[in-house]
Design a protein around this ligand. Sequence first.
Ligand code: NDP
Length: 284
Amino acid sequence: MAAQIISGKTLAARIKQRVAGEVAQLKEQGIHPCLAVMLVGDDPASQVYVRGKQNDCAECGIESRLVRLEASVTQAQVLEELGRLAADPSVHGVLVQLPLPAGIDEQAVIAAIPPEKDVDGFTPVNVGRMNIGLDCFLPCTPAGCIEMLRSTGLAIEGKQAVVVGRSNIVGKPAAALLLRENATVTVCHSRTKDLARVCAGADILVAAIGRAKFITGDMIKPGAVVIDVGINRGADGKLCGDVDFDAAAEKAAFITPVPGGVGLMTRAMLLCNTVQAARMAAGR
Ligand code: NDP
């Protein structure tokens, strides 16, 4: 294997340590950062993710409040609950765990999160602010990808960056952030022609597709930095990314592992956003 591993574990641990220090300082000033997580229904994967977020908060001294609603809840009830969290000054960050049960309009719910508490960075206000370069909460997964790229010490500016995937939560904002870092960005999706050729020209390749080991070794430019966002179950039942790790690692200069990569950074960035929300609420 030629590539160096970009360890989400190491980077996230460093960020968590910094966040814990910031939380301790805020508490000395009487500010107690608090994240409210709304979980609607009983999707098993969502429950695991929410538990992870609660554990992360506890580790850093951030209070977390879980708001659980039955899958049978109406959209109006979800909005009502969000209204309560929006008005509660002791709650600094609000996130709604996605996906929501069928019948609830995800965009309507996201839009009901006050932008100043939108620690996922998903509301139209924060998405818009990000795209025009204003201060905002950056979406956690793409922000984590940028941190991982920075950790390599290589410049992002001027590089050919290819993002595979154009979802609102990963692909599009990842492309926007890479553009902000002055990369030359290409966004690929299911209708892209000759994807392999486009990927093979990438100095920076971000894979956010949701298909196990879809990016093969021949799609990697020698010396590329490969950021694998995907979380999939492989044919062997084990967790794996969107990139064929072993083959890609033969050619890349740097690569993120799955598990132990972008997922951990996503969680760490949520903590950063929550502290930022608490600080902003206190006018610091
Ligand atoms: P979506 O399903 O919303 O988006 C997938 C994207 O991949 C779409 O834009 C789709 O194109 C594109 N795509 C699908 N098939 C192909 C193909 N054959 N060729 C090229 N492009 C294709 O997924 P998400 O963005 O939400 O998530 C992507 C992956 O990242 C998943 O594995 C998810 O589990 C993981 N994830 C990981 C996170 C983490 O913290 N590590 C956080 C969030 C997600 P089109 O738009 O044309 O349909």
